[in-house]
Design a protein around this ligand. Structure first.
Ligand code: ADP
Length: 658
């Protein structure tokens, strides 16, 4: 048997740890890093692919958008050419068309501007002269009747509907000055019903003048409101002044009405005039864009005219300028960006080919993807609503990699734990071994000292006292037996460890074994005042066993019973039959064993820790050998114990050899 010096042990443990590090930890770490990197690369690749897919989709959408805009543009221009007088119907047939207007002399004309025919028709002919005379009569001469008759004459010679309206407005005013309110209101009611594009030279519909006059009558409030609402709906673009006019009229009407329904309608009306004002401001700002576009066009020398579409404003308008009349003049077309886009996506079934929603965002850079083609200054942004093919992993089984990672980490941790446990055990055993070395020397010393002492006494003259002489001799025999038992135990253990302990099986009477043990214990027990009660059941058959080994086991138990008896001096040794088993029980009434130690006491070198136990000499091998002997005979050792009350150790052996 050999012991590892602690330095060597530590070195060997360190070697184990290093080996573990190299063979398990290092590969695990490499694998871990590899998988993490793989995943990161996959993520990047996924992002790249998604971006590419989006770019492609943006271009596809861009292509569709360009086709659709071009088509609509053609139709709008055709419609305008064929029906130049009425642009309102164009807006009605193309709901996403925000504005279409002429650019004359490099300047964008507002819808109500430059309506030359209107202005000319107002001023044209004899009626113009008559109107001027009537105004003179009304304001300078204060001759209202003359003014009425002059206006009547102008009316009959007027040749355009808008001119007639204009004259009627004058007439209404003069009549109400004259006090003929009834007739005046009749005229106003008539004008109120005139279409919205019947305007004066400032683009203000005549019906608004009539509405203003009629709004003073509470009976007309509803009619006036109806008309204002219709106007806002029918006419896409009203000049600012007309919008203010409408706001003024609603305010006037509001003072007269308490009806919550009407009040609600008025609030809505005001809201839509405010929205219209905002749009108007945007349109004004487009004027600047038009001049810069014209400048650019001139510098490009016209030939390279790119038919671009550009975006303007927060909720983007898609804006384009097109040549008409063989380059003589230009037209500005404005579409509602989100509107065109959503109808396009819906109608072309594009939603099915990409997940989520998409929208137009402004700016040449930033988020989103350029739709390419004829588009400038805006991008298309996608918002994915659920997991899609766009963000799918490129790895065949992404979950597999994560599982491998988890397994690797799990196994490494488990391996680490096993190693830690083993190292702990090794250290504990090393600690026990070093204690063992100390206790063996101690155990050897005590009997040797006694032997020597009594042998010396014998030589020195106890001869005359034969009783003492016999006692001394017996002590010497007993101590040498103790010595040989100790050495036997150590030698046996060493053989057990090396796996070379063999047993000689022969028919053995357990009863004889019990008596032999009783005999061997007689003197040491007597010497220490113990009483051994032996009880043997008759008729237990002989078994195949190594007689010496069984006796050694029984003696080990009896010696333990003595050692751990405390104050008690009673010990029982019992052989009895239990079914097809024979049981040898050794019972003491000593210190007992706590439950948690009951299994551990059979382990090598194990000794119960505690003040009482420490004082009792021992090597921690006795029970290890008992359990080995018993198990080699196909049996087992059992222990029943109560701390403070004693213990019973039973060697249970099968009667039939297997
Ligand atoms: P040793 O007695 O030499 O220490 P053993 O292997 O015989 O070694 O016993 C192991 C431990 O079991 C002892 O240290 C002791 O604490 C405990 N033990 C053994 N027999 C008894 C007993 N009869 N009563 C109480 N404790 C016992």
């Amino acid at each position: 048997m050999h012991f590892l010096p602690s330095g060597r042990l530590k070195r060997s443990l360190r070697k184990q740890v290093i080996l573990f590090g190299i063979s398990v930890l290092l590969p695990a770490l490499v694998l871990f890093v590899f998988i993490v990197r793989l995943n990161r690369q996959d993520n990047e690749l996924r992002k790249k692919r998604a971006a590419e897919a989006r770019q492609q989709k943006a271009e596809e959408i861009g292509q569709h958008l360009a086709e659709r805009l071009e088509k609509t543009e053609k139709i709008v221009l055709q419609e305008l050419a064929s029906d130049s007088g009425n642009s309102q119907s164009v807006y009605r047939t193309h709901p996403n068309l925000v504005f279409v207007g002429n650019i004359i002399k490099e300047e964008l004309l507002m819808p109500w501007e430059g309506n030359e025919t209107q202005r000319l028709s107002l001023e044209a002919g004899r009626s113009e002269e008559l109107i001027l005379q009537a105004q003179k009569a009304e304001f300078e001469k204060n001759d209202l009747k003359l003014a009425v008759s002059l206006l009547n004459r102008a009316l009959s010679s007027a040749d355009s509907p808008s001119q007639k309206c204009f004259i009627q407005v004058q007439k209404g005013r003069v009549l109400s000055k004259l006090g003929d309110e009834e007739e005046a209101h009749r005229i106003y009611r008539d004008i109120l019903g005139q279409p919205g594009d019947m305007t004066d030279e400032y683009g203000i519909p005549f019906s608004l003048y009539a509405a203003e006059r009629l709004s003073v009558l509470s009976s007309e409030v509803e009619t006036v409101l109806d008309r204002l609402e219709d106007l806002m709906e029918d006419i896409r673009w009203l000049p600012s002044s007309a919008l203010y006019f409408i706001q003024d009229i609603t305010e006037q009407v509001q003072e007269k009405s308490q009806d919550p329904d009407l009040l609600g309608r008025m609030a809505n009306l005001r809201q839509s005039t405010e929205n219209a004002q905002e749009n108007l401001e945007r349109l004004e700002s487009l004027k600047g864009y038009v001049s810069s576009w014209m400048l650019r066009r001139r510098s490009l020398n016209k030939s390279g005219d790119p038919l671009t579409w550009e975006a303007h404003g927060d909720i983007p308008w898609i804006v384009g300028i097109r040549e008409v009349n063989e380059g003589q003049s230009q037209v500005l077309l404005v579409f509602h960006g989100p509107g065109v886009l959503s109808t396009l996506i819906e109608e072309s079934g594009l939603t099915e080919t990409f997940p989520g929603t998409c929208q137009i965002t402004l700016g040449p850079s930033g988020e989103g993807f350029s739709p390419g083609g004829p588009f400038e200054g805006f991008r298309i942004q996608f918002e994915e609503t659920d997991v899609s093919a766009w963000s799918k992993s490129s790895l065949p089984f992404p979950i597999l990699y994560w599982s491998i990672l988890v397994l690797v980490v799990g196994f490494t941790t488990f391996g680490g734990y096993l190693l830690w446990r083993d190292v702990g055990r090794e250290l504990a055993i090393a600690e026990m071994r070093s204690q063992f070395a100390a206790s063996v020397s101690h155990e050897l010393k005590t009997p040797l000292t006694s032997i020597r002492m009594f042998a010396e006494a014998l030589t020195m003259g106890v001869k005359k006292r034969p009783k003492a002489q016999k006692e001394y001799l017996q002590t010497i025999i007993s101590e040498s037996e103790r010595l040989s038992r100790l050495l036997n135990n150590v030698l046996d253990f060493s053989k057990i460890e090396q796996g070379t302990r063999t047993y000689r099986f022969e028919p053995t009477s357990l009863e004889e074994v019990i008596h032999a043990a009783e005999e061997a214990m007689a003197f040491p027990m007597d010497q220490k005042g113990f009483h051994l009660h032996v009880e043997v059941e008759k008729g237990i058959p002989t078994i195949l066993a190594d007689r010496d080994a069984i006796e050694q086991a029984v003696l080990n138990l009896l010696h333990n019973a003595m050692k751990y008896s405390g104050e008690s001096r009673e010990i029982q040794l019992k052989l009895h039959r239990n079914g097809d088993m024979a049981s040898i029980d050794v019972t003491d009434y000593g210190i007992g064993i706590v439950e948690e130690d009951r299994d551990r006491i059979f382990g090598k070198f194990f000794r119960v820790q505690g003040v009482d136990n420490q004082k009792i000499p021992g090597t921690g091998l006795g029970l290890t050998i008992v359990s080995h002997i018993t198990e080699s005979h196909g049996g087992k050792v059992e222990v029943k114990s109560q701390p403070g009350e004693g213990s019973t150790f039973s060697i249970i052996l099968p009667l039939e050899a297997k």
